[in-house]
Design a protein around this ligand. Sequence first.
Ligand code: GZL
Length: 331
Amino acid sequence: MKKIAAFTGSILMVALALAGCSKKGPEAKGAKGDKKVITVGYAQVGAESDWRLANTESFKSTFTAENGYKLIFDDAQQKQENQIKAMRNFIQQDVDYIVVAPVVETGWETVLGEAKAAGIPVILSDRQMKVSDDSLYLCWVGGNFLKEGRDSVIWLNDYLKKNGRDSEKLNVLLIQGTIGSSAQVGRTQGITEGLAKNLNYNLLAKQTGEFTQAKGQEVMESFLKQYDDIDVVFAENDNMAWGAVDAIKAAGKQPGKDIIIICFDAVHETFNKMMAGEINCAVECNPLHGPRVDSIIKTLEAGGTVDKIAYVDEGVFDEANAEAMLPTRKY
Ligand code: GZL
């Protein structure tokens, strides 16, 4: 009789083990009574721009204990090696989810493989990764950078037509973001393809300002030394445009009037600069990804499925609508 009981017992144990093989079952780490605390490791790019600060705040104000989370946050100071180190640390801590805003598109396959082997889903937020096997990450949510670039040139074409300048030959400069980041890759492609369609545009040069205000000012200062006749500057984020505005003013020219300035992100301070006539156009890139990633995780925890790619809605703002839109802005 004993033998049969023991045999039955072992079948039961095997069955239980198989049924509870997912790390995410109720008995998994962090379970407190019936409310499981979800541990999320977030590998953030850095703190290089106002957009990034708003993006970080969106995560920190969403992934709270009250909302059922333990957030482990890491600021990589714009270095990929730091992000990879943070992801390895999260794997060591056996978090439930890894969220990463990849500073550049390539170089992630090994650490993604390690996360997959550990059974930890990776969610990409903001920027994208280029991988040979997209099952290495669960999903991505962010802005459509190619569309943002294209929309910026469409705005310029309309602006010039409205101001009777659409037959002028114009010299254009481009201050790029961090080279190899999907925000830079997409925006640069959208801008340069759009400019190439119109022979009136002469793209004199493009150079990275690393998405920071200081570097953006430096690049604009060097552009002003090299080129006497600059008509349009595209800056691939607000902070570099602010730096360009300061450089143009220091050179005795009027930003927004002598030189048309178009930027990306559209954070609060840029609306002030559009109302002051110093910046002409800001293409929105919404940083409020915290609630979106929260909803993705809660859907997954409830056994649901999520889209692989989820673009956020984004608009185009300019000096004509800045004042009216400012009160509606959340960042
Ligand atoms: C865009 C984001 C970019 C912002 C910059 O989603 O990756 O990085 O445009 C930020 O301000 O530095």
